[in-house]
Design a binder for this molecule. Sequence first.
Ligand SMILES: *[C@@H]1O[C@H](CO)[C@@H](O)[C@H](O)[C@H]1NC(C)=O
Ligand SMILES: *[C@@H]1O[C@H](CO)[C@@H](O)[C@H](O)[C@H]1NC(C)=O
Ligand SMILES: *[C@@H]1O[C@H](CO)[C@@H](O)[C@H](O)[C@H]1NC(C)=O
Ligand SMILES: *[C@@H]1O[C@H](CO)[C@@H](O)[C@H](O)[C@H]1NC(C)=O
Ligand SMILES: *[C@@H]1O[C@H](CO)[C@@H](O)[C@H](O)[C@H]1NC(C)=O
Ligand SMILES: *[C@@H]1O[C@H](CO)[C@@H](O)[C@H](O)[C@H]1NC(C)=O
Ligand SMILES: *[C@@H]1O[C@H](CO)[C@@H](O)[C@H](O)[C@H]1NC(C)=O
Ligand SMILES: *[C@@H]1O[C@H](CO)[C@@H](O)[C@H](O)[C@H]1NC(C)=O
Ligand SMILES: *[C@@H]1O[C@H](CO)[C@@H](O)[C@H](O)[C@H]1NC(C)=O
Ligand SMILES: *[C@@H]1O[C@H](CO)[C@@H](O)[C@H](O)[C@H]1NC(C)=O
Ligand SMILES: *[C@@H]1O[C@H](CO)[C@@H](O)[C@H](O)[C@H]1NC(C)=O
Ligand SMILES: *[C@@H]1O[C@H](CO)[C@@H](O)[C@H](O)[C@H]1NC(C)=O
Length: 823
Amino acid sequence: MIMKAVQETPLRLLLLHIFLLFLLQLEATSSQRTQAEALLEWKNSSTSSPSSLNSWSLTNLNNLCNWTAIVCDRNTETVSEIHLANFNITAALTQFNFNKFLSLTHFNLNGNNFSGPIPSAIGNLTKLTTLDLGNNILQGEVPAEMGKLTELQFLSLNNNYLNGTIPYQLDNLKKLPTCFSGELPPGLCSGFSLEQFLVQFNDFTGPLPDCLRKCSALSRVRLEENQFTGNISNAFGVHPSLAIIYLSNNKFVGQLSPQWGECKNITDMRMEGNRISGQIPPELGQLTKLQYLTLSSNEFSGEFPVSIGNLSLLFTLNLSRNHLTGTIPHVLGKLTKLELLDLSDNNFTGVLPVDPGMFESLTSLNISRNKLSGGIPEEIGNLHLRYLLDLSSNSFSGSLPLNLAKLIMLEILNVSHNQLSGKIPSTYSRMHPNNAFIGNSGLCGETEEITPCISGPKKSNKKILVGILAPICGLLLTVTISAVILKFCKKSKLGELDHPKVSKSFDSIIWERHGKLTFSEIITATENFDEKYLIGRGGFGSVYKAVLDRGRVVAVKKLNMSVDSSHDITELNRKSFENEIRTLTEVMHRNVIKLYGFCSWKGCLYLVYEYAERGSLKMVLYGVEGESDVLGWGTRVKIVQGIAHAISHLHNDCSHQIVHRDITLSNILLNGDFVPWLSDFGTARLLNSDSSKWTAMAGSYGYMAPELAFTMQVTDKCDVYSFGVVALEIMMGRHPGELLNSLSENGDMLLKDLLDQRLRCPSSQLAVRVVSLITMALACTSNNPDSRPTMHYVAKELSSTRTRTSLSEPLGTITINELAKFS
Ligand SMILES: *[C@@H]1O[C@H](CO)[C@@H](O)[C@H](O)[C@H]1NC(C)=O
Ligand SMILES: *[C@@H]1O[C@H](CO)[C@@H](O)[C@H](O)[C@H]1NC(C)=O
Ligand SMILES: *[C@@H]1O[C@H](CO)[C@@H](O)[C@H](O)[C@H]1NC(C)=O
Ligand SMILES: *[C@@H]1O[C@H](CO)[C@@H](O)[C@H](O)[C@H]1NC(C)=O
Ligand SMILES: *[C@@H]1O[C@H](CO)[C@@H](O)[C@H](O)[C@H]1NC(C)=O
Ligand SMILES: *[C@@H]1O[C@H](CO)[C@@H](O)[C@H](O)[C@H]1NC(C)=O
Ligand SMILES: *[C@@H]1O[C@H](CO)[C@@H](O)[C@H](O)[C@H]1NC(C)=O
Ligand SMILES: *[C@@H]1O[C@H](CO)[C@@H](O)[C@H](O)[C@H]1NC(C)=O
Ligand SMILES: *[C@@H]1O[C@H](CO)[C@@H](O)[C@H](O)[C@H]1NC(C)=O
Ligand SMILES: *[C@@H]1O[C@H](CO)[C@@H](O)[C@H](O)[C@H]1NC(C)=O
Ligand SMILES: *[C@@H]1O[C@H](CO)[C@@H](O)[C@H](O)[C@H]1NC(C)=O
Ligand SMILES: *[C@@H]1O[C@H](CO)[C@@H](O)[C@H](O)[C@H]1NC(C)=O
């Protein structure tokens, strides 16, 4: 009995316990079920839900805590965290049933396609400590109810389409790691992480709140591309940790405070495109970590502070489009890191100070539209200028320094509209278009639009024309072409044709695979190459659009170039030329532009191509100013894949290997569906340079493999390098020159900061593709040709379907080093 009683009590207790547990379980299950249903409804409302959310399903209703992206509280077994960053979800936030998730502590939707307004019901999630809505397409105003989220320790709203002012109620969010002092005035200060205040690319309006001044912990401030207004003279204070401050393209007025000089950790200060006035404070000279300073397109006046000469790490200085006066200080030339200097469109006077040893690292100099005078210093030819030298619209006098010819790498030279005199050396006019020299009444030369030099050598008046572009397998067609063209000319007596009425014999010289196209059709369609059909012009010729009878559209490139009469054309072989063209034209690839045919007439050579509706990738990527459409990530990835395939084809699939040598954004054209076509197999250089020096001139600066500077030996690995640069440029939305030059120092830069900031970060599968693409592009731009992959490998990898389904870490934390390391 005793035994029994003793046994019985624990049993009963146990049963009771089990019963209670059962009840608890039931309750948990029922609230879990409501939450599961709410999530399913939300998923159901999305126009596309990724397969990664397959575990969110009716059949799996009882496993809520095991669903992807869901974390439950261990005690209550209800949802406490939702982590959906970069899931590629397209849905409205309004469809989320906030009231079913009142104990949510983490809500992360970063990097998706969530649209619509932020519902005020979000204010019910009072337990939230992390709320990340950044990088979506949310619009409307920030709801005042967000002020109820007093437990928040992290809040991000950046990169959406939010507008309006930031509600003062956000003051209540005292736990955000910002100005933790209790007496903040109303405004956004306490509402955002003021270590990082990132609201770039939104439509926020109104002035900055007074409190910002007191946020001494600020490290990164990115307010660029909003509609912020107000006087910034006193908006900021002393921020010792501040490293990055971007205020670009807002509507700020006021002055730059001398206090900026005390924010000694600033490395990058961009304020272009506002209406900031007054002097540039000399105190900026104390920011000795500064690498990047753009104050362009504002209303700064007064003199250039000499103290800027103390910024020994300065890399880019852009003060263009202001009202600065006085002279360009000598000290500027002593900045040994300065690569880009833009002082254009101001009122600087005096001479351009270039002494030996100055401006050593400068690659780009624009001082156009000032009142500078004196001679162009001979020393300028000793600089390493590569991208541009624009001295136009000043009062420079004297002759063009002979030294200028040393700048063979220079992409753009402009000395127009000065008071220069003397003869333009023929090397210069071959390297640069005529308009680089116009507007100097004293300059003479041998090219059109420039006054001829009276004592100069006689110009050959033989109208022999040369030039060709082979659309495909970019063989170096040299003087051979001129011979053949000349033969054609003689044979068809083209020199006699004056008007578009063309003879049969003329048509017969059209070489066209499909046999249908005749040159007279083109002449008719372009009304004898009337200006109104002109769609592009380069240093080497003009491009016309011709809509033919049958609705077919072609692009016609008109090339003209005089050939020295001393060339012995007769020894050249017409047959081999024809064969070459034939080979080239027979190479068919979806991503290589099609050459329909060519023709010569009245001293010009005409090449007829498939018409690329959207023009060059350069035009599309950089857009017409003010145009809001930017290429999406998906399209960019496809474009890079296409280019890779085209180059791989040239390298591997032709009867002999073909190296393109000049892969740049300008040489990639896009059709109506954004399919890329590789084009221009070196035409520009061929036509602009002495053909015997062709090898030295191949390639475009900024895209050229570094070994070409020493070896001049062109290999397929040179194309791989250029491809890498192009691929990075497409992903970054800017030329990667800076990045590639400083990869070793900037390796810990975040990938997401590198990507084109006009777009929201890619998410999900697209993010995976972008990451692998950048990894590949970095490998392609290796300085050592041997460590670059082959184009065949690149093309294969980029279009491999066997890609990982997700990133091993969030896109937002990947650094460049990690990608460069794996490459
Ligand atoms: C999903 O939506 C459809 C109608 O849009 C509805 O018929 C269906 O019941 C919904 N499913 C769930 C699980 O809510
Ligand atoms: C959740 O998943 C884990 C392992 O993935 C498994 O051990 C556990 O049983 C699952 N829980 C439920 C309730 O399905
Ligand atoms: C994102 O949402 C917008 C509007 O809701 C839609 O037009 C667009 O196609 C969506 N993008 C993707 C990648 O689903
Ligand atoms: C949630 O928020 C809405 C709108 O702000 C409000 O009407 C509702 O009463 C709130 N519900 C709860 C449970 O707090
Ligand atoms: C904000 O945008 C919404 C729609 O996106 C619009 O209705 C509203 O007027 C805008 N508000 C302001 C202050 O611009
Ligand atoms: C300034 O920046 C360096 C790193 O560049 C950092 O170590 C240091 O803590 C920063 N100083 C302040 C006051 O934040
Ligand atoms: C901006 O504020 C400063 C200091 O208060 C003042 O001197 C200046 O006139 C203001 N500028 C403008 C454009 O309002
Ligand atoms: C300087 O800034 C202006 C915009 O304010 C920009 O148009 C220009 O291209 C910049 N200069 C250089 C060399 O980048
Ligand atoms: C710049 O450096 C010089 C010494 O090289 C120093 O005398 C001067 O005070 C510095 N100027 C500023 C504004 O820091
Ligand atoms: C330069 O000065 C002249 C006259 O002083 C003025 O008309 C012009 O607007 C100024 N240009 C710039 C860019 O400030
Ligand atoms: C140089 O600056 C002027 C004025 O800001 C600008 O118009 C011009 O395009 C720039 N030159 C080049 C080659 O970018
Ligand atoms: C993202 O979702 C859209 C449908 O909305 C789909 O077309 C696209 O392929 C998805 N992207 C990735 C990388 O999964």
